[in-house]
Write a protein that binds this ligand. Structure first.
Ligand code: BES
Ligand code: MN
Ligand code: ZN
Length: 505
């Protein structure tokens, strides 16, 4: 199972009208809203240009008979014999409006895809409202991870195989391809997060990162435990030394085309499992620490996506990978290590391991003289306390932090800007080393981690730190286009930032 294939994205075709002879098993997905005129509670079909009036009438009267209201995320399945499809799924967008946000379309598409689990072929008019968002939502809503199910519990039905997105917009084809590429990158990150720690350990993670990078022509460099030791990567070595499965540092380089292009460094936390080490975590929910490489997964998927989309910037991903285990070779609370670059750290809590591997990664990344640095990690439980399970905390240099948070909101990942108060640095004073890895207080845990990382960012580099402890992994029920498990956050935020830098510098 180590060559697990992961999720195969469905094929996407764009058409400007309903196919004359659709597959008999196809389901047509249409957006609906609550009608204002003809009787309360009735649903009205939106984007009707692509359907003839008789078919629209047929769908609307079937919806009326069922009392469907068109509320946001409501789905209703009806038959429309005049259309040559198996059935029609109406998905609610809420109240009638001139335009819906891309995120509303993405969510509706995701809800529809989840409701149609087991359907192999869909046609949709949601794409008339926003083709990229509709395709993204469908692919992500249809996502499933079955690599570790034997015939006993594997789904009997095939996953979604083909999407026909109806659109009359100019450039619809390119937008659909783009949507599919973005969704496929998110799915790649989800696959990596969903792969259990038994099967995804640093060497295997590095192998997969290398294969993904080489598949799109990236330069890939992998440092093994010997190279890390020799190179002075004290944080990665220190965290990794409690495990029989040694650490790695992976570097993936994409060179964009165009003169005078900007350089973006990405750094992602790749703890393939976080027991806490000697400062061991409680048993309850420890299994969720399989998601502690969510930042690394997102960074790898994003640099691959940037290459696929041939973005006009350089993107260099630096990905430290380690397993945080307790053992007789593990680092102890009170140990002192030397981060890459020379700063010494007193490790007061071995469960604050992310910042130790990230500090090495950040210093290494800054040696490439990037203009911008985005680092992302499942760094603190305090992130979920402060912002909950769906809102990444964005810290860093003021202007770039605000820019990344704004772009994150635009793409529906909803990052929110948070401060890094100067005075918190005093809490990281050590009695023996340059700095301690934790403060003595429980206050502002998310911000303290950001303050620690700031010490390692080179002057002049605009940076953003995105804490996705909650958002990278959905421990609740499915919603919108997000199922249980790995979410792929913040791939779309980072890609939006890279594209924005390519356009605006
Ligand atoms: N990987 C955890 C953070 C985490 C917690 C991620 C919950 C996802 C869900 C991180 O390594 C950690 O253990 N952080 C400690 C820091 C503390 C020791 C300062 C924490 O949050 O308790
Ligand atoms: Mn930890
Ligand atoms: Zn961790």
């Amino acid at each position: 199972m180590s060559t697990a294939p992961g999720y195969q994205s469905p094929a996407v075709t764009v058409a400007s009208s309903l196919p004359k002879r659709p597959k008999a098993s196809s389901v047509l997905i249409v957006p609906v809203v609550a009608a204002d005129g003809d009787g309360p509670g009735d649903a009205r079909v939106v984007a009707t240009d692509l359907l003839d009036a008789a078919a629209v009438g047929e769908i609307e009267s079937a919806l009326r008979a069922l009392g469907a209201k068109g509320g946001a995320d409501q789905v209703t399945r009806v038959v429309a014999p005049s259309l040559r499809v198996a059935s029609v799924l109406a998905v609610g967008l809420g109240s009638a409006r001139e335009a819906w946000t891309p995120e509303a379309i993405r969510r509706a598409a995701g809800v529809a895809a989840r409701a149609l689990s087991g359907t192999e072929s869909v046609i949709t008019t949601l794409s008339e409202l926003d083709v990229a968002a509709a395709v993204e939502g469908l692919i992500l809503g249809a996502y499933r991870f079955t690599d570790f199910r034997s015939a006993k519990t594997a789904p009997k039905d095939a996953p979604l195989q083909e999407i026909t997105a109806l659109s009359t917009a100019k450039g619809a084809k390119d937008l659909a391809v783009r949507g599919a590429d973005v969704a496929t990158a998110v799915a790649t990150a989800r696959d990596l997060v969903n792969t259990p720690p038994s099967h995804l350990f640093p060497a295997e993670f590095a192998r997969r990162a290398k294969a993904l990078g080489e598949s799109v022509g990236l330069d890939v460099e992998v440092l093994d435990e010997k190279a890390l030791d020799k190179g002075g990567y004290g944080g990665i070595v220190g965290v990794g030394k409690g495990s029989s499965r040694p650490p790695r540092l992976v570097r993936l380089t994409y060179k964009g085309s165009g003169r005078k292009r900007k350089r973006v460094a990405l750094v992602g936390k790749g703890i393939t499992f976080d027991t806490g080490g000697i400062s061991i975590k409680p048993a309850a929910n420890m299994h969720q620490m399989t998601s502690d490489m969510g930042g690394a997964a997102a960074v790898i998927a994003t640099v691959v996506l940037a290459a696929k989309q041939k973005v006009g910037v350089d993107v260099i991903a630096t990905v430290p990978m380690a397993e945080n285990m307790p053992s007789s070779t593990a680092q102890r609370p009170g140990d002192v290590l030397t981060q890459y670059g020379g700063i010494t750290v007193e490790v007061l809590n071995t469960d604050a391991e992310g910042r130790l591997i990230l500090a090495d990664g950040i210093v290494r990344a800054c040696e490439d003289d990037p203009d911008y640095l985005i680092e992302t990690s499942t760094l603190t439980g305090a992130q979920t306390v402060a912002l909950g399970g769906r809102t990444p905390g964005v810290m860093g240099s003021d202007a770039f932090r605000d820019r990344v948070a704004r772009l994150s909101q635009q793409v529906g990942e909803n990052g929110w800007p948070m401060p890094l108060p100067e005075e918190l640095k005093d809490d990281l004073k050590s009695t023996v080393a340059d700095i301690a890895n934790v403060s003595g207080s429980r206050y502002a845990g998310m911000l303290v981690a950001g303050v620690y990382l700031r010490e390692f960012v080179a002057d002049g580099v605009q940076w953003a730190h995105v804490d996705v402890a909650g958002p990278a992994y959905n421990t609740g029920g499915p919603w919108g286009y997000t199922g249980k498990g790995g979410t792929g956050v913040p791939v779309r935020t980072m890609f939006a930032a890279i594209e924005d830098i390519a356009t605006n510098g």
